[in-house]
Design a protein around this ligand. Structure first.
Ligand code: FOL
Length: 176
């Protein structure tokens, strides 16, 4: 059935975008070369409720709004593309799918691989004019990946499991 946008969806989206902004810009840890935060938690919920495309759009809005409100560096559009792709990954693994360990782990794995280990090193290398092999890019990044991949997988699974999907989709009026 074709989804019709209604006011509940828009307000839910707005709340989740606000949570991403707060988690990534206020409660997140950031240096010039690394960013660690729990902004992926609202992205799980967004992915479950709205699917890949709209989660990508929501994450892009969160990135641009977050940069407008709390810019600590110059705006770089590569990170906006990251947001779209990461949102797409959450939507792909969690939209209308049962939350399983396999999906939770694969989702965390593809996010780490595509965003943190492929795209971000390219953006940082362009932004700070560093060679792509630079240790300042890879050192903290590899440590972060090793620490966050298991944490993210576990949280994907448990957050995915506790979200009362039936209840929420009923209130959002897009149950099939
Ligand atoms: N431009 C935009 N559009 N959004 C931003 O958040 C942004 N942030 C910075 C500069 N321009 C921006 C500040 N610098 C990482 C590290 C420093 C940094 C931006 C990103 C970083 O390492 N990020 C994550 C993955 C990227 C993501 O989640 O979007 C990482 O790999 O740890």
């Amino acid at each position: 059935m074709k989804q019709k946008i209604n006011v509940h969806m828009v307000t839910t989206m707005g709340l989740l975008i606000a949570l991403i902004v707060i988690l990534s810009r206020i409660l997140g840890f950031e240096t010039q070369f690394i960013k660690i935060s729990f902004e992926f938690v609202p992205k799980i919920v967004m992915g479950m409720l709205f699917g890949p495309f709209w989660t990508g759009v929501g994450a892009v809005l969160a990135d641009t709004i977050g940069m407008m409100l709390f810019a600590r560096a110059a705006f770089f559009p590569g990170f906006t593309l990251n947001a779209f792709i990461a949102g797409g990954i959450y939507g792909y693994f969690f939209y209308k799918k049962e939350v399983t360990w396999k999906n939770a782990i694969l989702c965390a794995f593809f996010n780490t691989l595509i965003i943190s280990l492929i795209l971000t090193p390219i953006w940082l290398s362009i932004m700070y004019n560093q060679p792509l092999t630079s240790w300042v890019i890879w050192g903290p990044r590899l440590v972060k990946a090793a620490v966050m991949l298991p944490i993210q997988s576990i949280m994907n699974y448990f957050v995915g499991r506790v979200i009362p999907m039936k209840q929420l989709t009923k209130n959002l009026h897009f149950s099939k």
